[in-house]
Design a protein around this ligand. Structure first.
Ligand code: B1M
Length: 211
């Protein structure tokens, strides 16, 4: 069995060049791309997620680790069958209508990808209708809404309403988060899950997909 400890460390510490070299070396040794992904790249990202959750590292460290993981994924992607690279499930993610803050949303996206979830990033200023249309178009099991403004967070309630109107409410897990969001708010609007940080969001998402 290949030893991925070095690759895991290089992802965690954001060493893009070393990650590329180690991924290429593993491929040259005949290791399956999916094994490199599951046992080298994803655990590296998962480790940094745990540290981030425990305030042992901060946003910049997560961003550089994600960049390193993506450098490895870019090498593996063309070598893997479609669906193999992120087969845990699909989530659509965005920052709600009227809101342009995307740093937290991008962190949640990276953590979800770090769990092997396929993420469709709708960007910022996303209307409730767009969240639901894209969830349907991409057969997503999860909708992730981020909001940083008290003036925009109410669009999350519309996401729940539109999902109900379009008949997908029972089949989609609606996750909400961002600085002004609370568990109480999540319950009030009838969303499924509130988490305080990106790593916890990815834990909750993968737990839901495994059920
Ligand atoms: Co603005 N901004 N901003 N801002 N901004 C805040 C949010 C604010 C609290 C600052 C303040 O007044 N103290 C305030 C909001 C007040 C309120 O509504 N209560 C504010 C304001 C008022 C504004 C403007 C209105 C300012 C103006 O123009 N007068 C304006 C609004 C523009 C708009 O969106 N329409 C504005 C603009 C901007 C910038 C463009 C300059 C910039 C955004 C750049 C960008 O995102 N690309 C900006 C920034 C950077 C901030 C602060 C300083 C930092 C936000 C941030 O990125 N934090 C912020 C003050 C602060 O928080 N100290 C502030 C880091 C990020 C990692 O945290 O996004 O909370 P966060 O994500 C966390 C969790 O919340 C969670 O995970 C992350 C951690 O792991 N999380 C989720 C997030 N989404 C989740 C989803 C989940 C689960 C967890 O499940 C789906």
């Amino acid at each position: 069995m290949a030893d991925f400890s070095e690759l895991i460390k290089m992802v965690e510490t954001g060493k893009v060049k070393m990650v590329k070299e180690l991924v290429n070396a593993a491929l040259a040794d005949g290791v399956e791309p999916k094994v490199i992904l599951d046992e080298g790249l994803l655990p590296g990202m998962s480790n940094i997620g745990e540290k981030f959750k425990n305030n042992e590292v901060y946003v910049p460290e997560v961003l550089i680790a994600a960049r390193a993981m993506n450098a490895g994924v870019t090498i593996l992607k063309p070598l893997m069958a479609s669906g193999e690279i992120a087969d845990a499930g699909t989530a659509v993610i965005g920052t709600v209508k009227g809101d342009l803050h995307d740093i937290g949303k991008n962190l949640v996206k990276m953590m979800l990808e770090g769990k092997g979830i396929n993420v469709v990033d709708l960007g910022v200023d996303v209307s409730a209708e767009k969240f639901v249309e894209e969830a349907i178009a991409n057969n997503a099991q999860i909708i992730c809404c981020s909001a940083l403004l008290t003036t925009t967070m109410n669009e999350m309630e519309n996401v729940v309403k539109v999902a109900t109107e379009k008949g997908i409410r029972e089949n989609v897990f609606i996750m909400v988060g961002g600085a002004p969001i609370t568990q109480e708010y999540c319950d009030k609007i009838g969303a499924d899950c509130y988490t305080t940080d990106a790593a916890s969001a990815s834990d909750a998402a993968i737990e839901y997909l495994k059920k």
